[in-house]
Design a protein around this ligand. Structure first.
Ligand SMILES: Cc1ncc(COP(=O)(O)O)c(C=O)c1O
Length: 348
């Protein structure tokens, strides 16, 4: 299917199996996420975001998101897509201690500014966002409510974290390859009134031909989440909590220790100073432990490999050894040995 085309007007012939695949994939997505409709066509999470912004704002309108300086998504910030379509950026008042939106101040800002579109969700995402608490205020001033689930899609698919479409969001979208263990790509899920508006905006303006080999893989992953998601997602979160706690007890500065560290698959290390962050993440890399610059750790891949609480403690131990100054090449041997114990893929 990797180079085939299909079109709604039947322009291309011989597409019956592709069309069947698309309907099946969309049906599975609606079942997994409790949406009225789905599109599996966006080529990435970012493309899903551009479809959302183009559909739900007009030039001169505004979009309210988490500021990238608070862990919001850059692609929706003022260096991202909104300025391209002349949409003004507004940012949620944010409590950086709790790593979450300040509900009361956000309510006041929504009432004052009446943004065209309010987007919950962020890239550095530890705790559920107050969609339920704020969606009524948004709808009262005719703001559309969306949720960028790029990072937490697999948790939501497994019934964890939060359920934005039941909490007042009109649209949910995201990447399909982060905590959701599908192929690299994007997805949009929505409530009925927006279906034709989003799909008309998507094609042919922002996605012309979709990638059917990817969509076949995505349909397969959706079926795996449908069957195994309720086992996978709680284990991912439990692993993140165990990892955070063990790192904290090992003496590392872990963000949000007073608030239970995390309710997602992510754990943040709160290391001061750009240079220290770089030095530590490079040392970890020398020890075969790859983290990002945040420093942000995620337990989704290790969970899919079958790791449980005890394995998180073992990973934490290795990270602590590097933190305390042990030679990375010595820790690397232990990291490689640990990784080799997990040769299969679980929740499949
Ligand atoms: C919140 C959020 N939305 C969208 C994206 C873009 O997703 P993609 O990489 O699939 O284009 C990212 C990227 O990490 C993200 O963090």
């Amino acid at each position: 299917m990797g180079h085939r085309y299909t079109a709604w007007d039947g322009f291309y012939k011989g597409t019956r199996f592709i069309d069947e695949l698309e309907s099946l994939g969309e049906k599975l997505a609606c079942e997994v996420f409790g949406s009225d409709w789905a599109s599996l066509r966006p080529l990435s999470g970012h493309i899903a975001d551009t479809i959302m912004v183009s559909t739900l704002t007009k030039p001169g309108g505004s979009i309210l998101t988490v500021n990238p300086s608070n862990g919001g998504y850059d692609g929706l910030g003022n260096r991202g897509y909104p300025p391209f379509v002349n949409v003004k950026n507004l940012f949620f008042p944010y409590d950086s201690e709790r790593m979450n939106i300040d509900v009361e101040k956000a309510k006041a800002l929504i009432e004052d500014e009446k943004p065209s579109l309010v987007v919950f969700g962020q890239s550095y995402f530890l705790f559920p966002h107050p969609v339920k608490e704020l969606s009524e205020a948004c709808h009262a001033v005719v703001s559309r409510v969306a949720f960028d689930a790029s990072h937490v899609l697999g948790l939501i698919g497994g019934g964890e974290f939060q359920h934005p479409l039941n909490e007042g969001a009109d649209l949910m979208l995201g990447s399909t390859h982060k905590s959701f263990f599908g192929p690299q790509g994007g997805i949009i899920l929505g409530t009925s009134p927006l279906k034709s508006r989003v799909k008309d905006q998507q094609f042919p303006g922002l996605v012309d031909n979709a990638h059917w080999n990817r969509i076949a893989a995505l349909a397969w992953a959706l079926d795996e989440v449908r069957r195994r998601g309720t086992k996978y997602a709680p284990q991912v979160i439990a692993n993140a909590k165990t990892l955070a706690k063990a790192l904290h007890e090992g003496g590392l500065p872990v963000k949000c220790a007073d608030y239970g560290f995390t309710e997602s698959h992510q754990v943040f290390l709160d290391i001061n100073g750009e240079e220290n962050v770089n030095r530590f993440s490079e040392k970890l890399e020398e020890a075969n432990m790859i983290v990002d610059h945040g420093i942000r750790l995620g337990t989704n891949e290790s969970t899919r490999r079958g790791m449980k609480a005890r394995d998180m403690e073992r990973i934490a131990e290795l990270i602590v050894r590097v933190y305390k100054g042990e030679e990375p090449s010595r820790v690397r041997r232990a990291a490689t040995k640990l990784r080799k114990e997990f040769k299969t893929i679980e929740y499949t």
